[in-house]
Design a protein around this ligand. Structure first.
Ligand code: BG6
Length: 479
């Protein structure tokens, strides 16, 4: 049912995500007149706060996390906020919460930014208080389980109260402008699609490198590790967008139908196709940083880096490896996708001494939003000693191409889509489950092989085995 919600209920309203992302995003939407004037935002969490205390809390978060140029008059936004204290595990508190939410005119959107262990009791509580009807949407933040079985439990618990067309699972990478731009690049241009297959693409690389370490998320991260924290969700979504068939429309069903086909076509990864690592003390951009075990305060077998050689077993991608790598404490923060084309079938310049390099498309997702296509060009000259060819970049910097356009953070887009009811950029149950299935198989392989992470120095590109993983196929990671 299509409606623009006039109530937004935020669980985990005093948490880290609320402070860093949700409140600043809602503020920015409000400042740009994108929220319905009657939208009320009700925060809930365990902390004992009243409405005005929560507004002060929100103001402090905005002052801390909003970039200076986006700060402005806050009073109007803060007036939208209300707060209800709740122990999400205790059924008796939900009646008061329902009273605080009141009766929406059009509908209610609920955002669960809490530990997954609270999802089930929360949904029971919402049901008991009549907060799950036809005009209620449910939005869930990751982690959605720790494997396929626990993800199914969460999905079942949510499905007991909400049909799939009212469940919004967040993968914040889908809210990034540059990730959506991948769809524009592929499907709004004619020239790429005929080449976008095994006949013309030699391999694909997807890198998500971060310079940060544990960031104080000790318990969560040590239980998750890089494969569950980054690959299961963000990286597989990027892979699906790169590899999917053209959907017939840009809508939730068509786009997600195509993505899930790719996720289901992922081949089981062999033992020698993954490398895991854990960082040790080192330096990043001249700054000394401690090792993972030191940050954690104990030894651990959790991987902070993973590299995988993946395969999509279908006609389009037969024989094209997808090299994925992600890690904490890498030398720089970069998310990028590299499409490595094959060599031309025959070089007419070979007899003139020229060497050729195959074309490469590099799609920078963050921090730089660049699209670079490397082309071969002739080095100017009279060529008496032979023709010389050199790779030159055709470079598009998105911020220059669209100067003046507001760059919005992922949650602005996703919160607005939630309130307005567009599921296109949210992950469907079958996608999450296909993602887990693939990741679970890798993790059981690690267990069977007794694999433990190799160490790497903070500020490096991971263990040398990760370099070897690509090198043995004659591939060099793009840096
Ligand atoms: C989160 C992970 O999902 O994504 C974090 O839990 C990671 O560990 C973050 O740092 C990266 O997001 P972004 O938008 O900074 O690339």
């Amino acid at each position: 049912m299509s409606f623009t919600a006039d109530r937004l209920l935020l669980f985990g309203a005093t948490g880290d995500l609320a402070q860093r992302m949700l409140l600043p995003s809602l503020f920015a939407l409000d400042a740009d007149g994108l929220l319905a004037p009657d939208l009320k935002i009700i925060g809930t969490a365990r902390s004992e706060l009243g409405d005005s205390e929560y507004r002060n809390f929100a103001r402090a978060a905005l002052e801390k996390y909003l970039p200076a140029e986006r700060r402005g008059q806050m009073a109007g936004f803060l007036n939208r906020l209300a707060y209800q204290t709740l122990d999400a595990t205790a059924l008796e508190g939900y009646a008061a919460l329902a009273a605080k939410v009141g009766t929406p005119e059009r509908g209610l959107a609920i955002f669960l930014s809490t530990a997954p262990s609270l999802f089930e009791p929360t949904i029971k509580g919402l049901q008991s208080a009549g907060l799950t009807g036809d005009t209620v949407r449910m939005c869930l933040e990751k982690p959605l389980g720790t494997n396929l079985a626990t993800s199914r439990e969460i999905n079942d618990a949510v499905a007991a109260a909400f049909p799939e067309n009212r469940i919004f699972r967040i993968d914040h990478y889908l809210g990034k402008e540059t990730v959506q731009n991948l769809l524009a690049l592929r499907f709004a241009n004619l020239m790429f699609e005929p080449l976008w297959n095994a006949a013309h693409i030699e391999h694909v690389q997807i890198t998500v490198a971060e310079t940060v370490g544990l960031e104080g998320r000790v318990a969560f991260y040590d239980d998750a590790g890089a494969i569950r924290d980054m690959v299961q969700n963000h990286m597989l979504q990027l892979l699906a967008l790169v590899a999917m068939e053209p959907p017939a429309h840009f809508d939730a069903t068509a786009v997600r139908d195509e993505k899930v086909k790719v996720l289901r076509a992922l081949r089981r990864v062999a033992s020698n196709e993954t490398v895991t690592g854990q960082y040790r003390a080192g330096a990043i951009q001249g700054q000394a940083v401690p090792g993972y075990d030191e940050e954690l305060g104990k030894p651990s077998d959790t991987e902070t880096f993973v590299a995988i050689k993946g395969h999509v077993d279908n006609w389009r991608w037969k024989g094209v490896p997808f090299y994925l790598r992600t890690g904490k404490r890498m030398p720089k923060r970069v998310t990028e996708i590299v499409i490595q084309f094959r060599c031309v079938p025959h070089s007419i310049f070979a007899g003139k001494g020229a060497t050729m390099q195959p074309n490469r498309l590099v799609i920078g997702i963050q921090p730089e939003e660049n699209i670079t296509l490397s082309l071969m060009a002739k080095v100017p000259g009279l060529d008496r000693e032979g023709i010389r060819l050199r790779q030159v970049p055709l470079n598009i910097a998105m911020p220059d191409a669209f100067s003046g356009a507001v760059r919005r953070i992922a949650y602005e887009r996703l919160l607005l889509d939630l309130v307005e009811g567009d599921q296109t950029l949210f992950v469907r149950r079958d996608e999450v489950e296909a993602q887990w299935e693939w990741v679970d198989a890798i993790r059981s392989q690690w267990d069977a092989d007794g694999l433990t992470p190799k160490t790497y120095t903070a500020g490096s590109w991971g263990p040398s085995a990760a370099i070897a993983l690509a090198e043995r196929d004659g591939v060099t990671w793009h840096e």
